[in-house]
Design a protein around this ligand. Structure first.
Ligand SMILES: *[C@@H]1O[C@H](CO)[C@@H](O)[C@H](O)[C@H]1NC(C)=O
Ligand SMILES: *[C@@H]1O[C@H](CO)[C@@H](O)[C@H](O)[C@H]1NC(C)=O
Ligand SMILES: *[C@@H]1O[C@H](CO)[C@@H](O)[C@H](O)[C@H]1NC(C)=O
Ligand SMILES: *[C@@H]1O[C@H](CO)[C@@H](O)[C@H](O)[C@H]1NC(C)=O
Ligand SMILES: *[C@@H]1O[C@H](CO)[C@@H](O)[C@H](O)[C@H]1NC(C)=O
Ligand SMILES: *[C@@H]1O[C@H](CO)[C@@H](O)[C@H](O)[C@H]1NC(C)=O
Length: 476
């Protein structure tokens, strides 16, 4: 059967066509959306290409020119691909860019924290600089520069790897002196090099998973110690004249980030006042509740790092790398944790693992179902949108909804049941006769544009959502 016919038979509003492929009776679900009740503002969705993964996109492992462009379009073009608006760059701390190392802009120890630093700028930054240029030439809006560690000579363990603290933070002293100001200068210099070369860094972070002494670049910190750095970094940014927002602290899990909040809030000059965004990861604990802060929050890294390779699976058994699993993670983070952004770990890399959204197999490009799950959100929920109130009568047919700055409402329905559902949607304040564009992702389809239809009286419409499928309904 030609795909197109099947597709047209799938959705469908007033026509209420039954898919003959569905033996089980369908369930009826009511969904209501109220755009008058608004929650957090959205900054966007994104990925990183740190630790040399940017090189993969530029052909290190054989990706042809035409497919390099294709991958950039999939990641950053909102008409062709997912239209990611946030890129997380790694600020390197290594003295080399061999292997997976990210080279530092200050690879050699100046000898003391007050000595003149010997900064180096290669206009390349482990391919992250040209990547950022390419991303900005498409739909990127936010460049989040994030250091995993300070260079080793600024740390208690004299090593960029294996944990260690920044010399000078609470309870951590070094014979070489206090390096907090030198580190702040160094971070700002990274952004200055980018700006002087025509690329705007918008957000600056100085920690990654500070609870964990990794064998690779990383640095330990609790909230108090992070606060010591934030106060100095804020003054340094102010003096620099650069427009840079500070983030903290990329805790390894949501609970770990929550545990840092007290230290950020403490003291007569709370560091939280200098932060723009609180950032956390999803590994040890998922973002299922709001962090204790009034600041915006971003889920800045999470991925399936251990599951079997499942690029083509939207749903099989709820596995950790399946597309629907990630559609659900995004929806829960935005809805229950109130995050303003959601970033997967890697965008595209030459590998057959689930740690990226797009797998590159030499010159084959495989966007995973996770990628399409992200695109179901990122393509239609643009920066500046607000999440709005949405509820479903069925706990396994989940909903989220956002109103964009241009007034377009994007509503995501995730049918996690094993049966098709007939859904009655009502969007309060949506006029009748408004064209609705539905897009479907499931095991068979990747962000497939289904037939459009018009909203009925009181902003209502009917739709069939197939079992284990996601449909985004976008109002014109
Ligand atoms: C570069 O860094 C590594 C690991 O941090 C260190 O072992 C090595 O001695 C450094 N090399 C130079 C030339 O500084
Ligand atoms: C302070 O640092 C010392 C040595 O680095 C360590 O043994 C001690 O446990 C630290 N104190 C606290 C309260 O963490
Ligand atoms: C962070 O650790 C230092 C000692 O290493 C300690 O003095 C401080 O109380 C800790 N802060 C929090 C919020 O636990
Ligand atoms: C690139 O990916 C291909 C296909 O998975 C693999 O055979 C190859 O070893 C990878 N190249 C490197 C250098 O990892
Ligand atoms: C580009 O990627 C596609 C999809 O994986 C593949 O079929 C094609 O061979 C690749 N190379 C070129 C030059 O198109
Ligand atoms: C519905 O979701 C709940 C948890 O939210 C789960 O326990 C239950 O198994 C799900 N039921 C079906 C039929 O998927």
């Amino acid at each position: 059967m030609p795909l197109i016919t099947f597709k047209k038979a799938f959705l469908l509003s007033a026509l209420a066509l039954k898919s003959s492929a569905t033996p089980t009776p369908s369930t009826h679900v009511s969904v209501s959306v109220n755009p008058k009740i608004r929650f957090q503002e959205v900054d966007g969705f994104g990925v990183s290409q740190a630790f040399q993964r940017a090189e993969d996109v530029f052909g290190k492992y054989g990706l042809s020119k035409v497919n390099q462009t294709h991958v950039l379009n999939l990641l950053y073009d909102k008409d062709i691909g997912a239209g990611f608006t946030i890129l997380r760059n790694g600020i390197g701390s290594s003295n080399t860019s061999d292997s997976n190392f990210m080279n530092s802009i200050e690879p050699t120890d100046p000898g003391s924290p007050t000595a003149k630093p010997d900064y180096e700028w290669d206009h390349y930054n482990s391919a992250q600089f040209p990547l950022a240029e390419q991303a900005y030439s498409r739909d990127l809006q936010t460049l989040y520069a994030n250091a995993w560690s300070a260079p080793g000579y600024m740390k208690t363990n004299d090593d960029e790897n294996n944990g260690g603290y920044l010399c000078g933070v609470d309870n951590e002293t070094c014979a070489s002196g206090d390096w907090i100001q030198a580190y702040a200068d160094y971070l700002v210099q990274y952004a200055r090099f980018y700006k002087e070369s025509g690329v705007e860094v918008t957000h600056l972070g100085f920690l990654n998973e500070p609870q964990f002494a990794a064998s690779y670049a990383g640095m330990l910190s609790n909230g108090t110690q992070a606060a010591d750095v934030i106060r100095v970094l804020a003054k340094t940014i102010k003096k620099s004249g650069l427009d840079l927002k500070i983030t903290c602290c990329d805790g390894i899990g949501w609970d770990d980030q929550e545990a840092m909040m007290a230290g950020l809030e403490a003291g007569p000059d709370p560091a939280i006042n200098y932060l723009d965004t609180v950032t956390g990861h999803g590994y040890d604990s998922a973002p299922t509740y709001p962090l204790s802060t009034k600041k915006k929050t971003w889920l800045t890294e999470w991925a399936d790092l251990s599951g079997g390779y499942t690029p083509y699976t939207f749903y099989e058994n709820g596995g950790v790398g399946e597309g629907m699993t990630w559609a659900n993670h995004i929806q829960v983070a935005m809805r229950d944790a109130g995050t303003s952004a959601f970033l997967y770990w890697i965008g595209a890399e030459n590998s057959t693992t689930n740690s990226a959204l797009i797998n590159l197999l030499v010159d084959e490009v495989v966007p995973s179902k996770r990628f399409w799950a992200f695109a179901q959100f990122s393509k239609f929920v643009r920066p500046g949108a607000y999440r709005v109130e949405a509820s479903s009568s069925n706990a396994n047919v989940t909903v989220s909804s956002f109103e964009n700055e241009n007034g377009k409402i994007a509503t995501q329905l995730l049918n996690q049941l094993g049966v098709d559902v007939e859904v009655s949607v009502q969007i309060a304040s949506l006029k009748s006769g408004v064209v609705i564009h539905p897009y479907l992702t499931n095991n068979e389809y990747d962000l497939e544009a289904l037939n459009t239809f018009k909203s009925g009286k009181g902003g209502s419409f009917q739709a069939r959502v197939p079992a284990r499928s996601m449909i985004s309904f976008v109002s014109a």
